[in-house]
Design a protein around this ligand. Structure first.
Ligand code: SF4
Length: 636
């Protein structure tokens, strides 16, 4: 079976009735939204009624590999998963790597839209156009590693790719994730709990079909040229050598490593959390990549002393090292490797897990969680064994403490009361990822605006730091002057954020990893537009591609507006806005309300969103061709 890349298919699966159906994506929709994340945003907007319970059967869960997933375009194997998020009650899109997206394309589909709820635990088996809903009673309660193994054994095919949840998703932990191809996580906002709420343990996919580009030669040549360039890219090579954790020593030296729940920015012994340390000390045993990625930033690690139990598994990313390590005041490498392994097996997001624990540690040290409530754990910062133990308790909602923390920092702080909310590093219900938004104003603005909550995965405006010549050149391209490649100023941040949001949305829709498009710059908008034309036969310019990115961002905003989202939701954790950085090169910095408001005012002017309410205006929706679809949001 050979399919055209420009002719996409949606597989609908209703778990309540067991019915399935297939739809074709109209060409104009593919052109306007680029597929993947963009199409998923439209499907969610059209099919989900405002006010739907994120953990009720009416929520839908959309798996959307990028339009180029399954091709040789470098690092294009990402899959977006979209739904209404349980942690925030707003729009949730998460992205994961691995090989599931490519396999789904080869099996005949570009999207899976899952609705309803199965009466008993099930898993979905998709193979070359055939779909089966199979009993998963024997898999319920099992970890992600064992579940993957059992499914492959049961179906008799080692080449099957899986997307699955662990016990945390079954227990509806509000930061549970979906594990793709065993070692990749679609992590944030409790997407695993949505899958668990549908009694859906796993999706297993296998396909032997092929994809055809409209201009195969043109596509192959440009993709190969980019791949060759990436082979000499410094930042890509650093990521290959040490993984994302290779940036830890630099961040620690600069005083940019959030430590002890963002109360400090450096940690003694921080090098033990680095990719370099994993290699030098013999923890690193291999490297791995997502589909069609030449960077191969993933690593396999093995512990040596097994002080917390043996680890022989995928290695922690930068954010994981920061969250489970420095944020908890911990530099014990074996403890972080073990906690990372447990998070992946139980299926919980390592960023939120680390931040929830860091919040609990500060709350304990301040006396708002008592010794009795800590249920035998000494929760002071730096206690590695308590950190490792707490992962299981949270994932299984074990005891009073585990159940409390499984709700995330926002709800846990509300239950604890007092001032505990002030050091909950969250906004809208999502724990902030580990970039300190007090000293990075573009990040601060992007985090505040992110429809799913404060993290880097709608912008990743790393160029604002001006770390490399390429980054400075990009800032010049966006603002007219490379002098704005300084992260501590508010000037031009709105322009920088808008560009990154649009580029990121386009890159997500096509399936590219952000490491190729907004963290290193080999995949730029011009090249994405050309590849889109070669792949689908639909010619678009660079400007049209960026406009499609803006259309996606606006559509996601409109979804949130219908759910009650307004300008006041564009905010940051209290500590980021009120508690100056205590040490390091950015000592004394904060992104206060006045600064954030100034940047937001400018952002709204640039985007045509109403500055008072933050709602996209009718004129802007008209410009983007979204008025018919999203007119109800503009009237909200
Ligand atoms: S750079 Fe890393 S995360 Fe991105 S596609 Fe490649 S292996 Fe996956």
């Amino acid at each position: 079976m050979v399919r055209e890349l420009g002719k996409q298919k949606i597989l609908n699966v209703d778990l309540s009735s067991g019915q399935t159906s297939v739809q074709e994506v109209p060409t104009d929709e593919l052109k306007g939204l680029l597929g993947g994340r963009g199409l998923a945003a439209k499907i969610l907007y059209e099919r989900l009624k405002p006010g739907t319970d994120p953990l009720g059967p009416e929520n839908i869960l959309i798996f959307a590999p990028g339009t180029f997933s399954g091709t040789n375009a470098p690092s294009s194997g990402r899959t977006t998963v979209t739904c209404k998020g349980p942690a925030t009650g707003f729009y949730l899109k998460v992205s994961g790597g691995g090989h599931v997206g490519a396999e789904l394309k080869y099996a005949g589909y570009d999207y899976i839209v899952i609705s309803g709820k199965a009466e008993e635990p099930v898993y979905l088996w998709i193979h070359n156009g055939e779909i089966e809903i199979r009993d998963a009673g024997h898999l319920w309660g099992k970890g992600t590693r064992e579940t993957d193994r059992l499914i492959k054994n049961e179906l008799g095919d080692e080449n099957i790719q899986t997307a699955l949840i662990g016990p945390a998703g079954e227990n509806k932990v509000l930061f549970s994730c979906i594990i793709l191809s065993l070692y990749n996580s679609a992590s944030r906002g409790g997407v695993g709990a949505v899958m668990g709420s549908k009694n859906l343990k796993a999706i297993a996919v296998r396909g032997t079909g092929a994809l055809r580009a409209a201009d195969g030669k043109g596509f192959f040549k440009l993709a190969s040229d980019i791949r060759k360039e990436m082979a000499t890219d410094t930042s890509a090579n650093t990521m290959h050598q040490w993984g994302t954790a290779g940036f830890i020593p630099g961040l620690n030296a600069l005083g940019m490593l959030p430590t002890c729940n963002f109360s400090k920015t450096t940690i003694e012994g921080g090098e033990r959390l680095s990719g370099q340390y994993l290699e030098d000390e013999g923890f690193l045993v291999g490297r791995e990549s997502c589909f069609a990625c030449s960077i191969a930033c993933h690593r396999y690690v093995r512990t040596k002393e097994h002080r917390y139990g043996e680890v022989n598994d995928s290695g922690p990313e930068l954010e994981t090292m920061m969250s489970l390590g420095a944020e908890c005041g911990i530099t014990d490498t074996e403890a972080v490797l073990k906690a990372n392994q447990l998070c992946n097996d139980y299926g919980i997001d390592t960023i939120s897990t680390g931040h929830v624990m860091a919040w609990a540690m500060e709350t304990y040290e301040k006396g708002l969680i008592t010794e009795k409530e800590a249920e035998g754990l000494d929760l002071r910062f730096g206690n590695a064994s308590a950190m490792v133990e707490l992962v299981r308790r949270m994932a299984l909602r074990e005891g009073w403490l585990g159940d409390l923390l499984a709700e995330g920092t926002k709800r846990a702080a509300e239950r604890i009361g007092g001032d505990a909310w002030m050091w909950a590093i969250q906004a809208k219900g999502l724990e902030q990822s580990a970039c300190d938004t007090r000293g990075a104003k573009g990040y601060a603005l992007g985090f505040a605006l992110n429809p799913r909550g404060p993290d880097h995965l709608t912008t990743e405006a790393i160029a604002e730091f001006g770390f490399t010549e390429e980054a400075k050149a990009l800032i010049k391209h966006i603002t007219g002057d490379e002098k704005y490649a300084v992260s501590t100023i508010t000037d031009k941040r709105p322009e920088i954020v808008v560009w990154h949001e649009d580029c990121y949305a386009a890159s997500d829709a096509l399936g590219f990893c952000a490491f190729t498009s907004t963290a290193s710059y080999n995949v730029n908008p011009e090249r994405m537009a050309k590849l889109f034309g070669y792949a689908t036969g639909i010619e678009i310019s660079e400007q049209e591609l960026m406009l499609a990115g803006r259309r996606i961002m606006t559509l996601e905003r409109c979804f949130n507006v219908r759910e009650g989202y307004r300008r006041e939701h564009d905010t940051l954790p209290w500590r980021m806005m009120n508690d100056p950085i205590p040490d390091g090169i950015n000592k004394g910095l904060v992104t206060d309300k006045e600064m954030l408001d100034k940047m937001l005012d400018e952002y709204f002017k640039l985007t045509g969103w109403d500055p008072t309410t933050g709602i996209p205006t009718r004129e802007e929706l008209e410009r983007l061709g979204l008025l018919k679809l999203c007119g109800d949001a503009a009237s909200a």
